[in-house]
Each structure stands twice: as structure tokens, then as C-alpha cells.
Design a protein around this ligand. Sequence first.
Ligand SMILES: [Zn+2]
Length: 254
Amino acid sequence: MRSIAPEQARICLGCWDQMHMPIPLRGLLALPFRAFGITRSKMNPNICTICERSFTYVKKQRHITADATILFADIRGFTHLSGQLDPNALTRVVSQFHDQCAQAIWSEGGIVNKQMGDGLMAIFNFPIKNDRHAEAAIRAAIDIQRRCKRAHRGLSVPGGPQLDTLPGVGVGIHAGEVEIGEFSTFRSDFTAIGGTVNLTSRLEAQAAAGEILVSSAAAEAAPEQMAAATIRQLTLKGIDQPVLAHVLKDVPAA
Ligand SMILES: [Zn+2]
């Protein structure tokens, strides 16, 4: 288990874990690298931009199979919320959501791989390795709930918007094999695809505001974090068998 405070690593943790190459990210040693366009990744400030491409260009492979934990999070009831808030307040809610999620994910060594409006996808155990990636993702999810609750409380101020409910966040987590690579011909970003990613997205879609839905595979790898979970049987789109979700809720605000 390793927790890294964001904005701290002096070398790229991804390059080190994957290739044992020390690529400086901060300080004087980083300057010549920056001249060649190698800088900190927007997905996680503790990895570099060559990391994002290393598996296509350095290893000369189109994609690799990796064991990872995937996390999806989004603002529940966003469409309803858009009808209640003015555009400025709405933008503030979305940017707070992304900021709070990123801090929680980075401090557990994950990367924010995709941001999709009111939602995001994170990967744990790639490119920064962590044998206990399911635990890290669940801790990040609990932290996301705590942080977002605190941030959203700031919306209910006297004279502020009259909301019937404060925005809440839903999270889905699953662990398994994913295909990692660049699957787009016009963007040079890596991402993860496959059944593990699809199931995570489907779990997240079933999470109510404030809930974290964890698959059995991820929950079994993190018994300590899941001690307070309840079990819920779900019928998910595109999946024949019912799926058991381990549900965490009522995470206290930070
Ligand atoms: Zn790197």
C-alpha cells in the first residue's frame, strides 16, 4: 500500500514502475525534459506525458493487458440540477466535482483517465503500480464522497440557489483485466477498454447519490474497506446473470 500526496513525486512514478526509468518531473533536472515536451500529465501530476504514450512507442505494442481497478463517478441527477442552477453555479458544481475527485484519486496513485462532463473514469494500478489497487480505489471513492459532500454543502447558503436536494455523487468500482492502449486514430491518449470497464460503468449507473457500488471481485480484494457494506442484487443492461453489488453509503462529510 502506498499513498502519495499529489504534487510531490520528483520522478515519474509510472516510468519508474513500468520501465525503471527515472524521468524527472520537478526541479532543475526536469527542465531539459520539458524542452522536449515531456512534462507532467494532466491525468496525474506524478506521471509524465511520455508515460501516456510509452506502451505504443517504447514497447512497440498496440496495447497491453493489465490487471487494474476501474472507478467511475458522476454527479447524480445532473439533468435535474441543470434546470435549477444558473450556468455559473452549474459550472462551479462541475469543476468542484472534478477537482475533488482528482485530488482523491491522485492521492491513492490512480489516474483520471477520462472526464466526461458531469462524470469521470479513473484507473488504478496503471501506470503507477500498486498490488492493492482495489483497496486504493475504494479509499479514493470514500474520499470522493467525503470531499464532494463538503463542497456541495457550500451551495446551500442564504440567498443562494433554492435547491430541493443538494447534488450527490454516485461511484462504481470493479477490478479485473483491461486492455490498455491507444484506441483512437486521432487522439494520442491511452485508455482502458473491455468487459471490466463496461461492468464498472453499469455499476456506477445504478449507484444512488452518496453510494459506492463495488463488484464482488473488487470487494473481495478489500475486506477491510468493505466491512460496512450491504449486498444488493442488480440486473444490469447487457449482462445475463444478476450481479451482486457491495454497497457503501452514508460516508460522513470531511
Ligand atoms: Zn512517465
